[in-house]
Design a protein around this ligand. Structure first.
Ligand SMILES: [Ca+2]
Length: 247
């Protein structure tokens, strides 16, 4: 069986890379991700900019922040539905703040916003759908509620944070979106994370049920090395198959 020189080189590289790839796999196993949930079940003051404050403390996180995701659950307090367009939610860490909700549905011609009742959503920069205009995504129209019945429904799914860092009394869908969860990238991650939830219009009482903070670390360089090593391993295996073919 003759071996072509162009297929000899990868097998040598594979022998060199294998120990490095093994080290990289160890680093992958050790990567830390923080996930913590605060179960508040606390009423959000109605028609008050003071709002409700909920905190989570992160400790023992290493590697620096790569990505932050927030799961948020808010529902009606009592038997009457809440009013989604009343709500403003901001997440603050290390003196930096991003806006998760800013009175969804509030726009030119409608200062009330959407009248659906509740949120059980995940907020992530990886989503392409702006939560401020969620009815456009779900139903194709600002005026069509989530529920087809007279009982308002809650919003579910994964959404892009609102990002409009403007006064909730004047925000509209056309307001500039200037913040996102990426503002926390590269920071330490440990310490206090603060969620502020405020209700800016009278009626439709709401409560914070829970919120979950997920922090994924920045991939370490050795992980990238492992990925490269694994790719070369696969490449080497392919090359060996070529080498074994009889002429
Ligand atoms: Ca209200």
């Amino acid at each position: 069986m003759n071996l072509s020189p162009m297929f000899r080189f990868p097998s040598v590289v594979v022998r060199m890379v294998l120990p490095v790839a093994s080290l990289g796999m160890g680093a992958l196993v050790q990567a830390q991700m923080f996930s913590g949930t605060s179960f508040d079940n606390a009423a959000i003051p109605d028609n008050s900019s003071v709002g409700l404050v909920s905190e989570q403390t992160v400790s023992g996180f290493s590697g620096g922040i790569g990505q932050v995701t927030v799961h948020l659950s808010i529902s009606a307090a009592g038997s009457e539905p809440m009013f989604n367009g009343d709500l403003y939610v901001a997440l603050t860490y290390n003196s930096q703040q991003t806006i998760l909700l800013n009175r969804p549905g509030r726009r030119t011609g409608s200062t009330l916003g959407y009248g659906d009742s509740g949120f059980d959503v995940t907020l992530s920069d990886s989503s392409t759908a702006d939560i401020h205009n969620y009815r456009l995504t779900v139903n194709g129209s600002h005026s069509i509620p989530l529920s087809a019945t007279e009982t308002p429904a809650a919003l579910n799914g994964t959404w892009q944070p609102d990002g409009r860092a403007v006064d909730p009394e004047v925000v509209i869908s056309d307001s500039l979106r200037t913040t996102s969860l990426s503002i926390f990238q590269g920071q330490d991650g440990n310490g206090t994370w603060t969620l502020l939830i405020a209700d800016f219009a009278a009626g439709g009482l709401a409560k914070l049920d829970s919120w979950t903070l997920e922090i994924t670390p920045v991939p370490e360089p050795i992980e990238a090395c492992a990925a490269t090593g694994l790719a070369l391993l696969v490449g080497g295996a392919v090359c060996r198959r070529f080498r074994q073919r009889p002429n």
